[in-house]
Ligand binder design. Sequence first.
Ligand code: PA5
Length: 328
Amino acid sequence: MRELIKGIGNQIQEAIKIGSSARFSIPEKEIRAVIVCGLGGSGIGGRIISLLVNEELKVPFILSNDYSIPACVDEHTLLIASSYSGNTEETLYAVKEGKKRGAEIVVITSGGELLEMAQQYGWNHLVVPKGQQPRAMLVYSIVQQIYILNAYRLISSKEMDCLANVPDFLVRQRDMIHAEALRIAKFLHQKTPVIYSGSFFEGIAIRFRQQLNENAKVLCWNHVLPEMTHNELVGWAGGSDAFAVVYVKTDFDHPRTNYRWDIVKEIISKKTAYVTEIRAKGTDRLTQNFYLIHLTDWISIYLSELKQVDAIEVNIIGHLKTEMGKRK
Ligand code: PA5
């Protein structure tokens, strides 16, 4: 896992090659909505992208992390099916339903039934390198979605232009990222992490949580501002030292949300001393997203090492899929 995370710059470059050499066949029909169907390590990219492009995209962007798709999905919907293995049953159910409704389907996968369906029905598809853990291939899912949205003329090439600079940027930040990741991992060790972010970076906070779950084998939760200031904040009434709070800060919160951050910090600091902050780096939203993905990936790895657990192993997910396979 360390090697894969270290290779993020190469993964971005490789993913750019796949996206830029794809030959999309684009239909005449108008696309009126986008839905990304995918689970876990293959679904989170959709959430990150939906929040990244929401200031530019003129049509609704929906996510399905389940078997079903909403009733609004029709022939004017671009349905992006993201499954690294190509065999995730929820995604396959969603895609089959999308096909019945005549949706415009595009596939991101490394193989499996999803690739077979894409080839059989002539759907646009992007094939990513095989044989890794899905969550270690998030970069591919994010980059391919940018290329897909651009190919369907739903977003400009702005994100693609920013992408090209990310690998060098991350190399320049490397020492700082490692020092920060180790510091945060030590801070989280033997606590339950609680992650708070602005809502534009909810996808990043969820990814952070998922990486802590899967790599470091810990439970944790996340919530976003401003929403948590209307409910969860009250839950801090009694205080607790069982939790370690991480604020994920970026330059893209609404100015009024920044006031909320100040007040939230003041309130929580009276309830627990276990509070720290991560600050995103980079001049644009895309770079700050990648910076945080990389930093939080390393936090999960350092925490797995402190806990002496195997970061790669996710036997429980495999077991669940096997058991589901027996129940037809
Ligand atoms: O991290 C994991 O292994 C999971 O979250 C998978 O990504 C999830 O089970 C979906 O599988 P796939 O990515 O093959 O569609």
